[in-house]
Write a protein of this length. Structure first.
Length: 272
């Protein structure tokens, strides 16, 4: 029987006599997304990772068991496919191989194992599986070397003909400040499990108060947030080049006398 996550969230909010507007202001989750969570309209979200992150944040805010609700959602929606990450300009082509059936003259082949033959078969299977996993590991390693992270401060351009899209995956308590096209769109502390996305047309600055606590992806490409940091603080500048379908990435050089914001300063003290 399906367990109603949305009803639990709604009832907990009403018991606390809190409006959706107040929840939105304090959790930084859009009011429309909060409504969608309470109505369990998960199709309105761009990807499953957003649903999981928002359920966790909303449940924690209401004092509910966040991990239990996330577990229920994953169990009931394990087959849902994400809509995010498919770029129509770069289609993904999947070829499906036909399944060949092998038959013997006397009928379908069957294997009969004896006690003596079973152990060698298990050992041989283990060797084959181990060799396959090792081959996959080396292949992934080779691909990673061919497609390295974009390093901060090297002025590398990413040849992706899109607006600037930045996704932050949080794995530790982190202060962030994001400026989109000259306007501050976010400044605050994010917690493990949260994911945020920002869009800009011409330029974006991302200042990080804990470089170990966040992974940044610019138009789907992971960037190096750690190199050149000063006291675990780093600021990356992404600029769309005029007349080119590319994005330039630079690292802002801090002056040692530059003061941190009050929230960032508190986070730095707490981490020490």
């Amino acid at each position: 029987m399906a367990e109603n996550i949305g009803k639990r969230l709604q009832e907990a909010r009403r018991r606390k006599e809190i409006s959706l507007q107040q929840v939105s202001e304090e959790t930084k989750i859009s009011k429309e997304y909060l409504k969608a969570l309470e109505k369990e309209e998960y199709g309105l979200f761009p990807a499953k990772v957003y649903v999981v992150s928002f359920i966790r944040s909303y449940a924690r805010y209401l004092g509910l068991d966040a991990e239990a609700l996330v577990h229920i959602y994953k169990r009931e929606h394990s087959g849902r496919k994400d809509k995010m990450g498919l770029n129509p300009e770069f289609p993904i082509v999947v070829s499906q191989c036909g399944e060949e059936k092998s038959k013997l003259k006397g009928g379908i082949a069957a294997f009969r194992f004896t006690k003596k033959g079973l152990i060698p078969f298990i050992l041989a299977t283990g060797v084959i599986v181990g060799a396959g996993l090792l081959a996959i590991f080396w292949l992934c390693l080779a691909l990673r070397q061919l497609s390295p992270q974009v390093k901060a401060g090297t002025n590398v351009s990413t040849n992706i003909p899109q607006n600037i899209s930045v996704i932050a995956e949080i794995n530790d308590k982190t202060w962030l400040r994001v400026v989109e096209d000259g306007v501050v769109s976010f400044e605050g502390i994010l917690f493990p499990g949260e994911n945020r996305r920002w869009m800009a047309e011409n330029g974006m600055n991302v200042r990080i108060g804990n470089v170990d606590g966040v992974k940044l992806y610019v138009n789907g490409e992971e960037v190096d947030t750690i190199s050149g940091n000063l006291g675990r603080v780093n600021e990356l500048v992404f600029t769309r080049l005029n007349g080119k379908d590319s994005i330039k990435m630079e690292q802002k050089r801090f002056l040692r006398v530059e003061k941190m914001g009050p929230v960032e300063n508190e986070l730095q003290k707490e981490e020490r």
